[in-house]
Ligand binder design. Structure first.
Ligand SMILES: NC(=O)c1ccc[n+]([C@@H]2O[C@H](COP(=O)([O-])OP(=O)(O)OC[C@H]3O[C@@H](n4cnc5c(N)ncnc54)[C@H](OP(=O)(O)O)[C@@H]3O)[C@@H](O)[C@H]2O)c1
Length: 273
């Protein structure tokens, strides 16, 4: 029995659905692609570095025994997003699920720290990638009569910290975009939701924790909490925990959920909604 047929798993009715997860050769995107493949999806992944992408493709295939489509693409380049959308429907023939994850991190800083170029780069990565992916995905989903879209943003959309001006401005834009889209697409049976992560053990977060462990010789968990601050659950999240939420959201078990922004942050946020 392969790992994708674990009887303890609830059937999410995702078998043979085609899912594109962007920025998915590592980190949260990779975890989402893996979990969707485990749930039975035909998964397409992308990232800029072909070698890392190839490794991710092989890893998901090995763990799920399902073929994975891997297409190199830089989400800040419109022509590469266009090429991605020529390839995915050509190879997989449809598109049922889009997990629009921007990947990467934008610079910290306030008004006087950030350059015009940094603003435009972040605009391309965070907001325009969401817009461009949606413009290409929605016509396919409309033609099929159904679809599910999840945007990955950040828990900072609810409680914007002072040092993240760039991210605060643009992630709020993605949230507004997604909410408006959800209302206009509901009648086409296309659901649109946002997942807003707190701190997760990926890429740059992991490197910051490793630095503290090395410098201060403290246990990993206390180093993680130095980075993440006050997390009532006492730890940062694993990418697999975020992937479980995303997979549930794009399944028909979440069929009445659209237009929502769901925070997953170990209880860090103080806001009521
Ligand atoms: N992890 C957290 O704690 C956390 C918290 C809040 C919000 N988020 C947000 O959630 C998203 C995912 O986070 P993460 O921690 O998984 O990020 P990450 O580890 O930096 O993501 C790395 C993945 O994104 C790909 N990528 C980066 N830039 C790309 C681009 N321009 N085009 C295509 N692929 C690109 C990378 O491949 P290549 O480098 O080969 O392109 C790699 O596959 C990010 O937008 C992040 O801001 C994360």
């Amino acid at each position: 029995m392969g790992p994708s047929s674990d009887p303890a798993r609830v059937d999410l009715h995702l078998r043979e659905k085609v899912a594109l997860v962007t920025a998915s050769s590592e980190g949260l995107g990779f975890a989402c692609a893996l979990r969707l493949a485990e749930a039975g999806c035909q998964v397409a992944i992308c990232g800029r570095r072909p070698d890392v992408l190839e490794r991710a493709r092989a890893e998901i295939e090995r763990r799920t025994e399902r073929p994975v489509t891997a297409i190199p693409a830089d989400l800040t380049k419109p022509e590469q997003i266009d090429a991605l959308f020529q390839e995915v429907p050509r190879r997989l023939r449809r598109l049922d699920v889009l997990v629009a994850n921007p990947g990467g991190h934008v610079p910290y800083g306030g008004l006087e720290d950030l350059t015009e170029e940094q603003w435009y780069q972040a605009f391309e990565l965070l907001l325009m990638s969401a817009v461009r992916l949606s413009r290409l995905a929605v016509p396919l989903m409309r033609a099929q009569g159904a679809g599910d879209i999840v945007f990955i943003t950040s828990s900072t959309v609810r409680e914007p910290p002072q040092h993240l001006l760039l991210s605060n401005a643009l992630q709020a834009g993605v949230t507004g975009f997604a909410k408006t889209l959800s209302r206009s697409l509901a009648s086409y049976n296309i659901r649109v939701n946002v997942v807003a992560p707190g701190y997760f053990d990926t890429g740059r977060v992991r490197r910051r924790i490793d630095d503290i462990v090395e410098r201060e010789h403290v246990p990993r968990q206390s180093a993680a909490l130095q980075v993440a601050g006050d997390v009532p659950l006492g730890r940062i999240g694993t990418a697999g925990e975020l992937a479980e939420l995303v997979t549930f959201l794009v399944s028909r078990r979440a069929g009445f959920l659209t237009g929502a922004t769901i925070q997953i942050d170990g209880g860090s946020s103080h806001s009521l909604f």
